[in-house]
Write a protein that binds this ligand. Structure first.
Ligand SMILES: C[S@@+](CC[C@H](N)C(=O)[O-])C[C@H]1O[C@@H](n2cnc3c(N)ncnc32)[C@H](O)[C@@H]1O
Length: 479
């Protein structure tokens, strides 16, 4: 077995993908034995977001098959941002207190430690006890209130017979032609206990394969699956399709999803991004950059910290918007060398056209992000600063659906499919008006306005988030 010191560069959230790619290239047999299929960075962020909606304040986060840290790096970032941890010392302390990663592959352990250390600003040696080499199927896992896992993708025929017999003897779930993820997820459920949340990336076969019946009943039956999302093909060269599952404690109610392990009807498999149809966004809304370079400089001196009122408007930029959320007053606005804690701008400094745009109900999109990040300014009043994009609907009644659609997985997949080649290092997409204009938007489903209002009112509430995900997936399937 090769042991290589990782010498990675760029965004550590992508190191897991690069580790798995390298393993598949250099040692495909070992890659198949380890089931190394990394979570794509965009899916990892979505899974972590869904996990936090279900478990907003996790204290013990475990990834029992952590690979190069594709899930743990975004989880760490989420942890730091919630705690306001900015220094390497604070970040390292939080990792030690709240995060555990296990992997049977020493290369994965080294890469994961290095990725977390790079993100935290400490050394891999500081994280020796955070990420450890371990066969997660060999011993009980440490208890956790949030288990994040993309368990090994190893099919029945690849597991040696003796190991298969041993694992089946210790498992209630491994029945029939089970794949290795089955006993590993069973271990994850034990680790989560009666109060923990599971956030998993599984092969899509988990939704319907007969061998996964007991596993399905364990994730939705004795527990409740609150989020199911079919991802489609994870990579062009991997003939596997992914399924995100978030399962929370408590028995499932009877409803659309069977609780006895019968196949789960998935909302849909994500359609091929190129196949989406609908009216182009550019016909439904005016799309503009929020400020020209000249405006950006002119506004710099007018910006100051203050309280929004009739003549002072609050300002956001790419660094202070996340999906559905403006972190105004929580994160300072960093703007052309200035840092402004509660940024407002006098209406008089904006000029008539920009003031009219600011007061109009609209969407503000981050200009550089791994997926489309939408802040819905449903009632108007926010100023999008440099490097954001404004979506100004021609008919304000369509605003809520535009927000839901642009936030959804199909729109981001479409955008990445068409313009991914323009992405910066780390997979950051450049979001630009003329590129967005071609994005197909299917007709709005009924009832979306109230759900979008609820989504904006409480971005942490899983109910509107899941309801919107369903509406968007259904709309994509109909196109
Ligand atoms: C599908 S990859 C996922 C890696 C990472 N969590 C991610 O999301 O990209 C599965 C990982 O499980 C690891 N693995 C395989 N068998 C394992 C076992 N018995 N115990 C712990 N890790 C294992 C592999 O080395 C690989 O890194």
């Amino acid at each position: 077995m090769r042991h290589r010191t990782p010498a990675w560069e760029g965004d550590p959230a992508t190191w897991g993908t690069r580790l798995a790619d390298r393993l598949r290239r250099e040692d495909p047999v070992r890659a198949a034995q380890l089931g190394a299929v990394a979570t794509p960075p965009e899916a990892a962020v979505r899974l972590v977001e869904a996990a936090w909606r279900a478990q907003p304040r996790p204290t013990a986060i475990l990834d029992p098959a952590c690979g190069g840290g594709a899930l743990l790096v975004p989880a760490a970032r989420r942890l730091w941002s919630e705690a306001g941890a900015r220094t390497p010392a604070d970040r390292t302390r939080l990792l030690r207190a709240h995060l555990r990663g296990l992997d049977v592959d020493p290369d994965a352990v080294r890469t994961c430690r290095a990725a977390l250390a790079h993100a935290a600003g400490c050394t891999p040696g500081d994280l020796a006890e955070v990420v450890v080499e371990c066969d997660a199927l060999g011993a009980p896992l440490p208890p956790a209130d949030l288990v994040l896992a993309n368990p090994p993708w190893v099919d029945a025929t690849t597991v040696p017979p003796a190991r298969r017999r041993d694992l089946a003897a210790r498992s209630r779930w491994a029945r029939g032609a089970w794949d290795l993820w089955v006993p590993l997820v069973e271990r994850c459920v034990e680790a989560a206990g009666p109060h923990g949340v599971l956030a998993l990336l599984l092969p899509e076969a988990a939704a319907a394969a007969p061998y996964a019946r007991v596993a399905r009943a364990g994730l939705h039956g004795t527990r409740t699956a609150v989020h199911l999302e079919a991802l489609g093909a994870l990579r062009e060269d991997v003939a596997v399709r992914g399924l995100l599952v978030v399962s929370v404690p408590g028995p499932a109610p009877t409803g659309a999803l069977p609780i006895d392990g019968a196949p789960w009807p998935l909302p849909s498999s994500a359609p091929a991004p190129a196949a989406l149809t609908g009216r182009p966004l550019g016909k439904l809304a005016t799309l503009v950059g929020a400020a020209t370079v000249a405006e950006a400089y002119a506004w710099r001196d007018a910006l100051h910290t203050g309280t929004p009122d009739a003549t002072h408007l609050p300002v956001v930029n790419t660094g202070t918007v996340d999906p559905w959320t403006a972190h105004w007053g929580q994160r300072p606005l960093r703007y052309l060398g200035r840092s402004i804690p509660r940024p407002v701008i006098p209406a008089a400094a904006l000029g008539d056209r920009r003031l009219a745009q600011a007061r109009q109900p609209k969407l503000v999109l981050a200009g550089l992000s791994r997926r489309l990040e939408v802040f819905a300014d449903l009632d108007g009043g926010w100023v999008g600063a440099k490097s954001t994009v404004l979506v100004l609907p021609h008919d304000v009644r369509e605003l809520a659906w535009l927000a839901a659609w642009l936030d959804g997985a199909p729109a981001s997949a479409w955008y990445a499919h068409h313009y991914g080649a323009l992405a910066l290092r780390g997979g950051y997409l450049r979001v630009a008006p003329r590129l967005l204009a071609a994005l197909p938007v299917p007709p709005a489903p009924p009832g979306v306005d109230a759900i979008v209002r609820a989504r904006c009112a409480d971005p942490e509430d899983p109910a509107p988030a899941d309801a919107l995900a369903r509406l968007v997936t259904e709309a994509a399937r109909r196109t």
